[in-house]
Design a binder for this molecule. Structure first.
Ligand code: OEZ
Length: 121
C-alpha cells in the first residue's frame, strides 16, 4: 500500500526520538513533561522568556524542526537552565534539573553524538 510520506521519520528524527525517550524516563516526577504555567509557578512567564519542556521538544521532533542533534541538545539545556534560573538551589525542581542536565549531557556528549551520527545514513 502507498506509504504516507509525512509519517515516515528521517534518520535524524529516529535518533532524536531515541534520545528523547531516554530523557523523558529520567524525569520521574514529570516536572519537565509539560510547559510550566503561571498558576503553578508565580510570574514564571515574566521571568523565563524562552520556556521549553519535553512535550514541546517532542512536537519539534515530529515537525522535523531540529536540523541537527545539537539543536535538540540546545533546547534540552535551555529547559534545564530555565529551571535553575527560576527555582532556588534548595528546591526539588532545581535539584531535579541539575540531575537531569548532568545525565543528559553524558547521554549527548560529543563522542556519543559522533557515534549516533555514524548510524545515520
Ligand atoms: C510541568 O511542571 C510541573 C508539573 C507538576 C509539578 C508537581 O507535581 N509539583 C508537586 C511536587 C510538589 C508539588 C510541578 C511542576 C513544576 C515544574 C517546574 C519547573 C520545571 O520549574 N516548577 C516550578 C515551580 C513549581 N512547579 C513546577
Amino acid at each position: 500500500e502507498r506509504k504516507n510520506n509525512e509519517d515516515e521519520q528521517t534518520p535524524l528524527q529516529k535518533c532524536l526520538d531515541y534520545l528523547h525517550n531516554i530523557l523523558v524516563k529520567k524525569d520521574i516526577n514529570g516536572f519537565f513533561a509539560y510547559p510550566v504555567t503561571d498558576n503553578i509557578a508565580p510570574s514564571y512567564s515574566k521571568i523565563i522568556l524562552h520556556p521549553m519542556d519535553m512535550s514541546t521538544m517532542k512536537e519539534n521532533i515530529d515537525a522535523n524542526q531540529y536540523a541537527t542533534l545539537l539543536d535538540y541538545k540546545a533546547d534540552f539545556k535551555l529547559m534545564c537552565d530555565n529551571c535553575m534560573t527560576y527555582n532556588h538551589p534548595d528546591t526539588i525542581y532545581y535539584k531535579e534539573a541539575e540531575k537531569l542536565l548532568k545525565s543528559g549531557l553524558k547521554l549527548m556528549s560529543k563522542e556519543k553524538m559522533i557515534q549516533l551520527k555514524r548510524c545515520m545514513p
